[in-house]
Design a protein around this ligand. Structure first.
Ligand SMILES: Nc1nc2c(ncn2[C@@H]2O[C@H](COP(=O)(O)OP(=O)(O)O)[C@@H](O)[C@H]2O)c(=O)[nH]1
Ligand SMILES: [Mg+2]
Ligand SMILES: [Zn+2]
Length: 354
């Protein structure tokens, strides 16, 4: 170890001398990176540092104030405090524990339960604090599917929006489910089918619904059953009506992901997991309005635009943008008609306007 590094460690020791810290390797030069710390915490999740701990895995349903969480533990619901160990490892307090997290709770100290570990997340959605774009707030984790709600009419079907939500879902590693609502307003089903043929072809799950007539509602329920879903889509497409049909009397905050950056409109209220009576959860997220495609995603869009994954690996250049490059598999697929030219137009529009 270099002399300089030694000094640094000693400094840490002094600052932390009143804290029972089992492994000083954790405090290395990368300590400022919350993400890195998450990884460290996760990889150490099987180590127990205190004697007599009795850990059981539960799921966070809601994050309350003062480091308290409401947790589903087996068939029970309990309240637990976020343990000091987690606070040490993850200094970004807004991301310590979030709705949907699987956590290990110490039962030995019941009824004063403590969360001792956060298990690694499959995925998560964050937003950045308004006015402070460095501060990441993780809204929810371990989301099974993003329900992309679009209406056929009123407002009129906009496949460009579906593309954007599909990219967002892919970026965040969440399975998309397309719901075309208000099909009672459709008098030409062939036209509708033609409009969604591309998404069917690339293998995306699509359900046509109308809570007004009941069409597709059983199929939708089946797709939501035993999964944790988040509804996205523009306002007026019928998300609340769909949810109320499936679960009458559910106390919704506002389950909406908007593609628009409605600055200042989001509330600070946390997300909450609401159980469906038929199994699974609705992730109700009032503060999620600022989740949107932005410039930082520009490099992933050529890979993640719906349907491009089949072709992108065959482009000559690994970072091909499919615009004017030589030997571009996407451009060839557009020419041969394998990729719908309208979707390619949509791709160009998104790339130009991000
Ligand atoms: N014709 C028709 N109207 C619907 C349907 N679903 C919802 N609506 C109407 O669309 C409007 C917006 O619905 P709402 O659930 O508030 O949309 P949200 O903003 O996505 O939550 C309301 O006036 C609903 O009554 C449907 O299947 N068919
Ligand atoms: Mg609504
Ligand atoms: Zn290409």
């Amino acid at each position: 170890m270099k002399q300089k590094d030694k000094k640094r460690r000693v400094k840490h020791l002094e600052r932390l001398k009143n804290i029972d810290l089992p492994d000083l390797d954790v405090l290395d030069d990368q300590r400022e990176k919350a993400q890195y710390k998450t990884a460290r915490t996760s990889s150490k999740r099987h180590q127990t540092f205190k004697r007599g701990m009795k850990l059981k895995t539960g799921r966070v349903m809601e994050v309350l104030s003062n480091y308290q969480c409401r947790i589903k533990l087996g068939d029970e619901e309990i309240k637990a405090l976020i343990g000091g160990r987690i606070k040490q490892f993850l200094y970004n307090s807004t991301s310590l524990v979030t709705v949907g997290d699987y956590v290990e709770v110490d039962l030995a100290t019941a009824p004063n339960y403590r969360i001792e570990n956060v298990l690694p997340r499959n995925n998560s959605l964050s937003r950045y604090d308004s006015g402070n774009y460095q501060k990441e707030i993780v809204l929810a984790a371990n989301i099974d599917q993003l329900v992309i709600t679009s209406s056929w009419r009123m407002p009129v079907f906009k496949p460009g929006l579906i593309d954007r939500y599909m990219i967002l879902a892919a970026i965040h590693n969440i399975k998309p489910l397309i719901v075309i609502n208000k099909i009672d307003l459709c008098d030409d089903l062939a036209e509708l089918e033609e409009s969604i043929a591309y998404y069917r072809k690339i293998g995306c799950d699509i359900i046509l619904t109308s809570p007004l007539t009941g069409a597709g509602m059983e199929e939708l329920k089946h797709a939501l059953k035993d999964k944790d879903s988040l509804f996205s889509g523009h306002s007026g497409t019928g998300k609340s009506t769909l949810i109320n049909y499936l679960e009458p009397g559910l106390e919704l905050r506002t389950a909406e992901v908007s593609d628009h950056n409605e600055k200042g409109k989001h509330t600070t209220t946390q997300a909450v997991m609401l159980p469906w009576s038929f199994g699974g959860h609705l992730i109700d997220t009032p503060g999620i309005k600022t989740i949107t495609l932005n410039r930082e995603h520009i490099d992933s869009i050529p890979k993640l635009f719906p349907g491009f994954d089949l072709y992108h690996p065959h482009c000559r250049f690994r970072d091909c943008k499919h615009i004017e490059e030589q030997d571009c598999a996407v451009l060839q697929a557009v020419e041969s008609g394998e990729i719908d030219p309208q979707r390619y137009e949509s791709y160009l529009w998104i790339m130009a306007n991000i």
